[in-house]
Write a protein that binds this ligand. Structure first.
Ligand code: NAD
Ligand code: GLY
Length: 359
């Protein structure tokens, strides 16, 4: 087992990465206030992982409530969030109950938001079961639900007590979801870790073949990068925004097409190519750099051509993004491969050209 620490002083927590972790209740029990948890999962993950996980906790003397939500990004909303509160209240869960998110980023984001607000805050633990959630969403305390007008618009910063990333759980992950997770892995190489980018170029086939050693390394290196950024800027006053490379363009695709049509990672991949194109137009990247960005996403089996929303619609949706400050669109661009910057004065004509080139 490898462990990465998120060194947030009184809110510090470990991320354990390895195989066979879900059957080791002793990894969780020291983090519980009382031996009582509510596991929140969905109807896809429950048949795969819930029984054995819940049984290992019960065998360790932990009382377990199970809350099973409908699967999918389209259910990351108020109605489904309320199902968590229904489950907690029906089971008389009090403030010392720990919420455990067992699933991908949708479950993790919703459970975290429920934990932040149930009885004004209860502890929670993240057990991410998709590659995307192991490398990104389970770490750093961003929790949210979507609004029809914008993605992740309602939420809270609320850190988990522990993250357990069991590489074994990825064995059942559909290939399309694995590839979507790789988009966020590649992101770390592009924004701040050029050596990792080279490693990813050399190990893409192993990752796509679900090689456990390669996946564990990619999860660990991603979590090291994410933890460093979160510790430096927990509430996104500056550097943390660089984790959103490609996201303003990508969120436009996700919202514009309807949540769940494109996977988050797929939208981020295409959005990142748009950001690279724009960076080149502003003189920061070369054409060869942009080709290298496009190539790595292509090799990961991700879409490199944007959804055909029409450029006006892209611009309209991008204006709704959380990265808009004082009416200015703040975009994350690449000064070089391995160095992201926050840029708020890209000319509209260049933004339009970058979108059109990719669609
Ligand atoms: P997801 O949670 O929808 O999971 C993808 C699919 O895989 C779902 O159908 C899920 O049920 C299924 N699944 C999960 N684990 C499985 C397993 N082990 N085997 C088989 N199937 C499994 O999507 P995701 O890609 O994990 O997360 C995307 C979400 O994360 C988005 O809502 C995005 O906004 C959010 N996100 C949040 C942050 C953050 O910092 N909080 C960062 C990135 C993304
Ligand atoms: N996924 C972006 C962040 O955590 O800030």
């Amino acid at each position: 087992m490898r462990t990465v620490q998120v060194a947030l002083a009184e809110r510090a927590y470990p991320i354990h990465i390895g195989t066979g972790l879900l059957s080791q209740a002793s990894l969780l029990t020291p983090f519980l206030k009382r031996p009582r948890v509510a596991i929140v999962t969905n109807d896809v993950v429950a048949p795969l992982l819930l029984n054995s996980f819940a049984e290992s906790l019960r065998a360790a003397g932990v009382a377990v409530t199970e809350i099973i939500l409908p699967d999918g990004e389209a259910h990351k909303d108020w109605l489904t969030l309320n199902m968590i509160f229904d489950g907690l209240l029906t089971a008389h869960c009090d403030r010392s109950t720990t919420l455990v998110a067992l699933g991908g980023g949708v479950i993790g984001d919703m459970t975290g938001f429920a934990a932040a607000s149930y009885q004004r805050g209860v502890p929670f633990i993240q057990i991410p079961t998709t590659l995307l959630s192991q490398v990104d969403s389970s770490v750093g305390g961003k929790t949210a639900i979507n609004h029809p007008l914008g993605k992740n618009m309602i939420g809270a910063f609320y850190q988990p007590r522990l993250v357990l990333a069991d590489i074994d759980s990825l064995k059942t992950l559909p290939e399309r979801e694995l590839k979507a997770g790789l988009a966020e892995v590649i992101k770390y190489g592009l924004i701040r870790d050029p050596e990792f980018l080279v490693w990813l170029e050399a190990h893409m086939e192993a990752l796509l073949a679900y090689d456990a050693e390669a996946l564990a390394y990619a999860v660990e290196r991603s979590c090291i990068n994410k933890a460093e950024v979160v510790v430096a800027d927990e509430t996104e006053q500056g550097e943390r925004a660089t984790l959103n490379l490609g996201h303003t363009f990508g969120h436009a695709i996700e919202t514009g097409l309807g949540y769940g049509v494109w996977l988050h990672g797929e939208a981020v991949a295409t959005g990142t190519i748009m950001a690279a194109e724009l960076s080149a137009r502003l003189g920061m990247l070369t054409a060869a750099d942009v080709a290298r960005v496009r190539r790595i996403f292509e090799r990961a089996g991700l879409p490199v051509v944007g959804a055909k929303l029409g450029v006006e619609r892209y611009l309209e949706l991008m204006q709704h993004d959380k990265k808009v400050a004082d009416g200015k669109l703040r975009l994350i661009l690449l000064q070089a491969l391995g160095k992201a910057i926050i840029h708020d004065s890209a000319p509209q004509k260049d933004i339009i050209a970058a979108i059109e080139t990719c669609c």
